[in-house]
Design a protein around this ligand. Structure first.
Ligand SMILES: [Mg+2]
Length: 235
């Protein structure tokens, strides 16, 4: 296994690549579900969690496509959740804000990812390229400040105005890195945002937790130590 071209810059995705977003999302919903004011009525946690997980990706797709405003994405996912649970939707904005506050208490690294990031950053220039609401992503970066300080470029989609997989976001990131697309590696977990986005931009891609993907510029990996070896030694 090796990359098809030399790697001169490595961009990392944040959510579910370096940081365990899935854990924080679940923990936040769990904490809200368990609170005494019962924001989700009598529904079980699994019902609430499953409904949220079913709604949220579609909301992000519409936000990425420009069909939803930021507010429609941020608050709308809770309007849709309450609707799906047959509850009144007038608390949607309160819950949306409460979710983001609670979510922030549960950010933690993906096991092995921070060590890999540090080891790679010692040898190759690195950056962060992330979708997500700018104030939320900036708060994550403040919580783990060395991620930004080790990075030559930090690109948050909302600041650029388009979301992954839009090629304009990758082009802007390449420009900020001062690199040709062909020599940038993108490390991310999402098939649509990261793999399709990266390949579409002419980057190489390391798909974290991914399955076999039939493209010469895409490698899948599940071990951060393996990825580090691959980048640093080429094998
Ligand atoms: Mg991700």
């Amino acid at each position: 296994m090796s990359f098809s071209r030399p790697i001169h810059f490595v961009y990392f995705d944040l959510d579910d690549t370096l940081l365990d977003h899935t854990h924080a999302e679940k923990a936040a919903l769990q904490a809200m579900h368990a609170s005494t004011d019962q924001p989700f009525g009598e529904h079980s946690f699994d019902t609430v969690h499953d409904a949220y997980r079913a709604i949220n990706p579609g909301v992000w797709q519409k936000y990425a496509a420009g069909d939803y405003t930021k507010r429609e994405a941020k608050v709308g996912r809770f309007s849709q959740l309450l609707e799906r649970l047959d509850l009144a939707t007038d608390t949607d904005e309160v819950l949306a804000n409460r979710y983001l506050e609670t979510y922030a208490h549960y950010w933690q690294p993906i096991s092995g990812a921070f060590d890999a990031f540090k080891a790679i950053a010692d040898h190759v220039p690195v950056g962060i390229l992330t979708n997500g609401f700018v104030e939320v992503q900036q708060a994550k970066l403040r919580q783990f400040p060395w991620l930004s300080s080790a990075s030559k470029a930090v690109v948050i989609s909302e600041e650029v105005g388009v979301l992954k997989p839009d090629p304009r976001l990758f082009a802007e990131a390449a420009k900020r890195a001062g690199m040709q697309p062909a020599h940038i590696l993108y490390v991310g977990d999402s098939l649509t945002s990261d793999v399709h986005g990266g390949v579409g931009a002419g980057w190489q891609v390391a798909w974290y937790g991914g399955r076999y993907f039939d493209h010469p510029d895409v490698l899948s990996f599940s071990s951060w130590a393996n990825l580090t070896d691959l980048i640093l030694t080429g094998s």
